[in-house]
Design a protein around this ligand. Structure first.
Ligand SMILES: [Zn+2]
Length: 583
């Protein structure tokens, strides 16, 4: 995103006037000033590309600091004067941009809320940090270049914002942090796939080498703990006014921070329209902001007797366990306690499954179909058989993003087997290791469907979804595909989707059947394909890296299979329903 001349001017005048924004002349003709690439050191120790020493004549007692800032929309521009002889490096991180300065003394300072996208400026000890409420990658969330003012002063201009991109002029490997394995696959040429018509949409996403960085988690591992709906800030409330809520926008997630005075009590109420936060203690002035972000359509504050209520309206319903996460951060020497609320419809329940829930109730045996009865003369009942297909495998990784599809699909398939087998189900896995069934994709898909042999009741294929980077923020949640290959396929799909959403709290994208998929079309038994999340989404991608989430997905699939088996949503007309079950 390139910022308008007026913005340049406003920033300069800030520089000149040191406060507020005014409109006169514009010494900042982008073409005029020579842009010099600042030295950029990649996050997490990725090698610095090419240090660009800024050899300006040395000035003793040079200082660095006194940032000038202004906003344009949600983006913030920060300008630093560069004394002659000063050099610096810029390091984008998950929590902001770090500026390491050489050749000048960095003036110690702490400025909170330097701008809409810079929640804090902290400097001292040779380093200055511009904190953001969203992660920066090497090219996303910021852009930096130098310019020369009409006065001859060199300045470093840094633009920061969720939609700003460019980083430094020097581009290095984008899309950190993902696993080295995933990065290697992203860079590798795509292996030939079957014709598009046979594959679920997520499988046809071309790998472009770029993945959105994960959404920032709140400090400490808050995903494994249920959301605290109530809390109190220690101390006694003195009737002070609640400071303006702070909003941080990052790709796929929005953070709302409420600075709570001592003694404030809060109660959070999730619901179909979003969240309401009831506060007791501070005075809450009436306010409203609309069209805040994709995750927060609007927020409003209303005073009530003894406090106030903050309503955070979201595009999708929230429940106690999904759509948001909260953390109460204790007060520090220069900050109030902060109630930090992250909002995203992609947020699922990542808390561990209680031990008692890690099982599936027994599935009564099925009457042997004629074929098998002959073999099992003594037994007239057999364990019902189902095929669980972990998508992709071997040289075909499937979708690559926060995770590698083939690995996650297998991890879930093994969990499903380990839940169903003890419940009396004969589980056939199309693969139980990292391998493809055939080097030819079409053959591979047919072989998988073919494992649903006569006497088998159900076929379930497990996949991970993905979207191109350009539309990645639109893709999150779980969906189940079915084709009209068997009268019971849609009912099977509905049961799987229902139980997966119940167990994970994930956003439901519902049932899909607007495409003929090879593994479904070629199945002769009730078949469904589940897409358990998007590897391309900053939040949903994190769900897929979480073992608790995979446990919950697997339990949802296993419960869906069980209900199908015991309610007659199976292949065999002879398949019993609960009512007709023999003693
Ligand atoms: Zn797939």
């Amino acid at each position: 995103m390139k910022l308008t001349a007026t913005f340049l001017l406003s920033t300069l005048l800030m520089a000149v006037a040191g406060s507020g924004l005014a409109q006169t002349g514009d010494p900042f003709q982008r073409s005029a000033p020579a842009a010099v690439a600042p030295t950029v050191s990649a996050a997490r120790g990725v090698a610095v590309t090419r240090p660009v020493p800024i050899t300006l004549t040395g000035v003793q007692n040079a200082t660095f600091g006194s940032p000038r800032s202004s906003n344009q929309g949600s983006a913030t521009r920060v300008v630093f004067d560069l004394a002659p002889g000063v050099s610096y490096s810029l390091t984008p991180t998950f929590t902001g941009l770090r500026v390491n300065v050489q050749g000048a003394r960095v003036q110690p300072a702490v400025i909170s809320r330097l701008g809409n996208s810079v929640s804090e400026y902290r400097a001292g000890g040779g380093q200055a940090t511009l904190s953001t409420l969203f992660p920066l990658s090497l090219t996303d969330g910021w852009e930096a270049h130098e310019a020369t003012l009409a006065t001859g002063t060199r300045v470093l201009i840094i633009d920061i914002g969720a939609t700003v991109s460019g980083g430094s002029v020097d581009r290095v490997q984008p899309g950190a942090p993902i696993s080295a394995a995933a990065q290697a696959l992203l860079n590798a040429p795509a292996t030939p796939t079957a014709s598009v018509s046979n594959l679920p949409p997520g499988d046809t996403v071309t790998r472009g080498g770029k993945v959105l960085p994960p959404a920032p988690a709140l400090p400490g591992d808050n995903t494994a703990r249920p959301n605290d709906l109530n809390g109190v800030v220690p101390g006694t409330s003195g009737g002070v006014t609640l400071p303006q809520p702070r909003i941080g926008k990052n790709p796929g997630q929005t953070r709302v921070v409420l600075d709570l005075p001592p003694g404030t009590a809060y109660r959070i109420v999730p619901g179909p329209g979003g969240l309401s936060v009831e506060l007791t203690g501070p005075a809450v002035p009436a306010q409203r902001e609309q069209n805040v972000s994709p995750e927060l359509t609007q927020w409003s504050a209303q005073p009530t007797l003894g406090g106030g209520i903050i309503v955070l309206s979201t595009p999708a319903p929230t429940t106690a366990r999904s759509g948001w996460r909260v953390q109460l951060l204790p007060p520090s020497s220069d900050q109030l306690a902060r109630l930090a609320i992250d909002l995203s419809p992609a947020m699922a329940d990542l808390t561990p499954l209680p031990a008692a829930a890690r099982t599936v109730a027994a599935v009564p045996p099925f009457p042997a179909s004629r074929g098998t009865a002959i073999l099992a003369l003594s037994a007239t009942y057999v364990r019902p058989r189902v095929v669980i297909d972990a998508g992709h495998g071997g040289r075909d990784p499937g979708a690559v993003g926060s995770v590698i599809e083939k690995d996650v699909a297998l991890a879930v398939a093994l969990r499903v087997r380990d839940l169903l087998a003890p419940a009396g189900v004969d589980v056939v896995l199309t693969r139980d290791s990292d391998r493809e069934l055939s080097s030819d994709k079409n053959t591979d898909l047919k072989m998988r469907a073919g494992m649903g042999t006569p006497g088998t009741q159900l076929f379930i294929s497990i996949h991970v979804n993905a979207l191109e980077a350009s539309s990645a923020l639109k893709g999150y949640g779980v969906e189940t595909w079915w084709n009209p290959n068997h009268p019971n396929s849609s009912a099977l799909a509905a049961l799987l989707q229902q139980h997966m959403v119940e167990q994970t709290g994930a956003f439901s994208r519902g049932l899909k059947n607007n495409q003929s998929l090879s593994v479904l079309r070629n199945s002769r038994i009730p078949a469904a394909l589940v897409e358990i999340g998007y590897a391309s989404h900053p939040v949903d991608g994190q769900n897929l890296t979480d073992s608790n989430y995979l446990d919950r997905v697997a339990l949802g699939i296993a419960q869906g299979v069980r209900e199908a088996l015991v309610t007659g949503v199976t292949a065999g007309a002879g398949a019993p329903t609960l009512a007709s079950r023999a003693p």
